[in-house]
Ligand binder design. Structure first.
Ligand SMILES: C[S@@+](CC[C@H](N)C(=O)[O-])C[C@H]1O[C@@H](n2cnc3c(N)ncnc32)[C@H](O)[C@@H]1O
Length: 262
């Protein structure tokens, strides 16, 4: 394993700080996934970097299967503990680095990948493998932090200072929205929906305000996925990608140039 993967694994082998301090954001991600899938059919789901499974486990049903994949054994154990007992036979758990996992190409009709791209060396390889694992007409819901724009550059500078003082275990991999869109386009997938928002990013803000207050702030400032406003300062992006050949349905949001700006 590369050094970065070791560092990522060791960070998330202690899942509680992430799950406790980011609960409001985990809930926002899970609700966005639910909204993006409102009119969609899917049966075989893969959740890459599943964390505690909050985004994918609620999608499970008797006729669906779910593969939970995470580098962190402890994170995966938490996710497995949340699977309703009657559905556990529909769930497979894989404790491996995604790029090294031996998965059958063309298997899944929904792949979810939230909060992973910043922690891998090559987002392009991850996106390439996701595309390879999709069935024809398969969908991808993926999150990344848009590293373009003033606000993100401020955040990145703050992280670089922390890195210089040894406070960060590894360097986040940066991607812009345009890069993500282009990488998927190269795999034959196009942007179908996007939810853009920013996290309140002052240091230790989650120690001052409750998770409910942080959740309410995001919803007040940016709206829910069905009515996303103030997108211009939003650097957290949750995307739905679908095959390029699929004609958009009348209900779907056609992304504007500003929605996919850098
Ligand atoms: C920021 S958390 C996001 C968890 C969850 N998807 C969510 O949105 O709350 C990133 C997760 O990805 C996992 N992860 C990071 N790198 C990975 C890799 N190369 N392969 C598989 N899982 C990985 C971590 O262990 C961690 O659980």
């Amino acid at each position: 394993m590369s050094t970065k993967i070791n560092e990522v694994k060791s960070l998330f082998e202690a899942p509680e700080p992430y799950l406790k301090r980011r609960r409001f954001n985990i809930n926002i991600r899970a609700e966005t996934v639910q909204y993006f899938l409102r009119n969609r059919d899917f049966t075989r789901i893969l959740d890459v970097g599943c964390g505690d499974g909050s985004a994918s486990i609620p999608l499970l049903a008797a006729q669906k299967s779910l593969t939970l994949l995470d580098l962190s054994q402890n994170m995966l154990a938490i996710a497995q503990s949340k699977v309703p007992p009657g559905l556990s036979k529909n769930v497979q758990a894989i404790n491996q680095d995604f790029l090294n996992a031996n998965l059958q190409p063309g298997t899944f009709d929904l792949i979810i990948c939230l909060g992973l791209l910043a922690h891998v060396d090559s987002p392009k390889d991850v996106i390439g493998k996701i595309a390879q694992l999709l069935r024809p007409n398969g969908l991808v819901i993926i999150q990344s932090t848009d590293s373009g724009g003033f606000l993100t550059r401020l955040g990145v500078s703050y992280r670089r200072i922390l890195e210089a003082f040894g406070r960060m275990k590894y360097r986040y991999t940066l991607t812009t929205t345009n890069q993500v869109v282009q990488m998927f386009a190269a795999c034959g997938l196009e942007l179908s929906e996007i939810y853009r928002y920013s996290l309140p990013s002052l240091p230790a803000i989650d120690r001052i305000f409750s998770q409910r207050a942080l959740y309410n702030y995001v919803r007040l400032a940016y709206g829910p996925a069905q009515n996303n406003y103030n997108t211009w300062p939003g650097k957290e992006c949750i995307y739905l990608f679908a095959p390029t050949s699929r004609p958009p349905s009348p209900h779907e949001f056609a992304p504007t140039a500003s929605a996919i700006r850098d």
